[in-house]
Design a protein around this ligand. Structure first.
Ligand SMILES: Cc1cc2nc3c(=O)[nH]c(=O)nc-3n(C[C@H](O)[C@H](O)[C@H](O)COP(=O)(O)O)c2cc1C
Ligand SMILES: [Mn+2]
Length: 347
């Protein structure tokens, strides 16, 4: 094992079902580094875990000290003109094409069990690109997918998320929704995908580019009408099947216990592309601290502070999002009666 700063490299063979999640849990409990598993049993590629699991590492993605993160986010995004990203013709994410007949998601995607009672292996750190069918505008989010046979996965997208809204629109029109899942991308894309309070129609990839100060090269998918970041390690292309539900769960959730088994939507994948030597990105989920909590907290504070200052309360001094992921504490210099109520309405 070698630890260099924020990365722990493990060369020993690790079992993705029995060991990998447990190692992640131990390292997270010590607020430890990201982990690069170089030898995952059954797979040719390495797995990077818990990339942005501490506030410090999220701040590193912004290249600022952690105490400046919120103000820096405001500075880089307030009044920023979001711009279309350039399209390119060739891309690292397309070095290898896996056509429908050869596609086997269980072989392509490392089958990692986070917690022992999980209903199966999940793909839980894919950046999901979809389009609002009404406007054609792009959305980026992360939604867990329970991996099943037949190149099918589940899709748990909360009805409060834009991803959930797009899925429900597909159900209502009884039309399959195109989906591309990007694995292994620039940290700022993950960060931007977790900003709460954005309107449906704000493209988180364009937002990430304005945080970064530089555009992302994008490439068209082969079989769906979507564009993805050219630098991704792997891209899966598929459809969310309208009005089709299958049993999903249980899954070790962010409050530290298992969520229920329920009927959830289904994705069918039919195509994939990848780099020759890809790196698979994974994150452990369970009790805090985890990457999900760190991102929820840091991007919650940044996102809500900016949103509130731009709308009902320019005099909001600070926002604190505790790790329960359900509470928001706002410090406000009140300038009129009822303003606190308006802040609550706006969250
Ligand atoms: C690792 C990770 C896993 C997540 N899994 C889910 C999930 O399974 N379902 C969900 O609705 N949100 C999940 N989220 C939260 C959403 O990605 C987040 O709310 C995002 O802002 C949604 O974007 P959208 O509103 O554009 O759809 C996850 C976040 C992270 C960091
Ligand atoms: Mn969105």
């Amino acid at each position: 094992m070698a630890r260099t700063g924020e990365l722990l490299e493990i060369d020993a063979e690790v079992d993705p079902i029995e060991e990998l999640g447990a190692i992640c849990r131990k390292v997270l409990d010590e607020n430890g580094p990201a982990i690069l598993f170089n030898n995952v049993q059954g797979y040719d590629y390495p797995v990077i875990a818990n990339m942005l699991a501490t506030p410090d590492r999220i701040a590193q993605a912004f290249e600022v000290p952690v105490e400046n993160l919120t103000e820096e986010y405001t500075k880089r995004t307030s009044g920023a003109q979001l711009e279309r990203q350039p399209l390119v013709d060739t891309a690292p994410c397309k070095e290898i094409t896996i056509y429908k007949d050869e596609l086997d998601i269980r072989q392509l995607i490392p089958q990692i069990l986070s917690n022992p009672e999980d209903g199966g292996a999940y793909l839980n750190y894919g950046l999901v690109v979809m389009k609002d069918p009404d406007t054609g505008l792009r959305n980026l989010g992360i939604y867990r997918m329970q991996i099943r046979d037949g190149n099918r996965t589940g899709l748990w997208s909360s009805p409060t998320s834009h991803g959930g809204t797009i899925r429900v629109k597909g159900d209502m029109a009884n039309k399959k929704a195109e989906i591309a899942v990007c694995i292994g991308c620039d940290p700022l894309l993950y960060v931007a995908s977790q900003i709460p309070g954005l309107d449906l129609g704000v493209d988180e990839i364009e937002l990430a580019a304005s945080i970064r100060g530089e555009p992302y090269d994008m490439i068209r998918c082969d079989t769906v009408d979507l564009e993805v970041p050219a630098h991704a390690q792997m891209v899966l292309e598929g459809y969310i099947l309208p009005n089709e539900k299958e049993e999903e769960g249980p899954y070790g959730e962010y409050p530290g216990y298992y969520g229920p088994v329920g009927q959830q939507p289904v994705i069918e994948f039919h195509h994939a592309t990848r780099r020759k030597n890809p790196l698979y990105a994974y994150t452990y989920l369970g009790l805090p601290p985890t990457e999900t909590h760190a991102m929820g907290q840091m991007m919650g504070e940044a996102g809500y502070l900016q949103k509130l200052r731009m709308s009902v309360a320019p005099t909001v001094k600070d926002v604190y999002c505790p790790l329960d992921m359900h509470t928001i504490i706002v410090s406000l210099k009140k300038t009129y009666e009822q303003q606190a109520k308006h802040v609550i309405y706006d969250l």
